[in-house]
Write a protein that binds this ligand. Structure first.
Ligand SMILES: NC(=O)c1ccc[n+]([C@@H]2O[C@H](COP(=O)([O-])OP(=O)(O)OC[C@H]3O[C@@H](n4cnc5c(N)ncnc54)[C@H](OP(=O)(O)O)[C@@H]3O)[C@@H](O)[C@H]2O)c1
Length: 199
């Protein structure tokens, strides 16, 4: 399984730290050339490798860590998303009217037709996400939601590998509503930094 993080700002770097902590390889990319990202990637850890956006999209699993409005540009990077897993770590806030009351991730998923699509790693501020998720007595919780039950299992396995405790919330418009904003109100689980004793 190969992994890429698209977007190397606060959230992209926080997630890169989680991969580096466990010595798991991950490609990082943004619109900047890889040389521009390489020093920061190296500073995070040797398993974090900056590549071009095109090369990053060759990974099996791609984590979206770009501003919400940029997801369409990322989606245009591949002619087909069949066979890919996409993890949406983005938030839309305040929620733009164009979503027409769809959960933001359901809206994003429309641009990634064919991909196994999971919302996750979006509910914590970047500084918290960057911290070691294994603390005395527990593992930091990340919430996963998807309209495709089969898509969630490998993302849950990745979350565990990274040291988090994944909690599956179910479909995007059901349990997933708790990790989406509505209008100008954050979902009830957003910013809740929770821990589980067992992963
Ligand atoms: N910050 C938080 O605490 C936090 C917490 C949870 C979720 N989120 C969500 O996570 C997402 C990222 O937030 P952030 O705070 O990490 O933002 P950020 O610090 O502004 O970083 C955004 C990154 O995306 C890249 N980018 C922008 N447009 C791109 C495109 N079309 N293709 C490839 N890369 C692109 C930017 O690089 P270039 O402009 O150089 O390409 C930059 O590396 C947002 O959706 C946000 O709502 C943020």
């Amino acid at each position: 399984m190969s992994y890429a993080i698209v977007g190397f700002g606060a959230v992209g770097q926080a997630l890169a730290r989680a991969f580096a902590r466990k010595n798991i390889g991950v490609t990082v990319a943004s619109r900047q050339p890889p040389e521009a990202l390489a020093p920061q990637a190296r500073a995070i850890g040797p398993t974090v490798v900056a590549k071009s956006l095109r090369e990053a999209l060759e990974a099996d699993t791609i984590i979206l860590a770009v501003p919400f409005g940029e997801h369409r540009e990322v989606a245009k990077g591949l002619p087909s998303w069949n066979g890919k897993t996409v993890i949406d770590a983005m938030n839309a806030f305040p929620v733009p009217e164009e979503l027409d009351s769809l959960p933001s991730s359901a809206f994003v998923a429309k641009s990634f037709t064919g991909a196994k699509f999971v919302k996750g790693f979006n509910h914590l501020i970047a500084a918290t996400l960057a911290a070691d998720p294994v603390v005395e007595g527990g593992h930091r919780v990340v919430f996963l939601s998807s309209d495709d039950e089969d898509a969630t299992a490998p993302v849950a396995a990745l979350a565990k590998q990274l040291g988090f405790a994944p909690v599956k919330l179910g479909r995007l418009n059901e349990g997933g509503a708790l990790v989406h904003a509505r209008g100008r109100i954050w979902g009830r689980l957003i910013f809740q930094d929770l821990f589980k004793k067992e992963q």
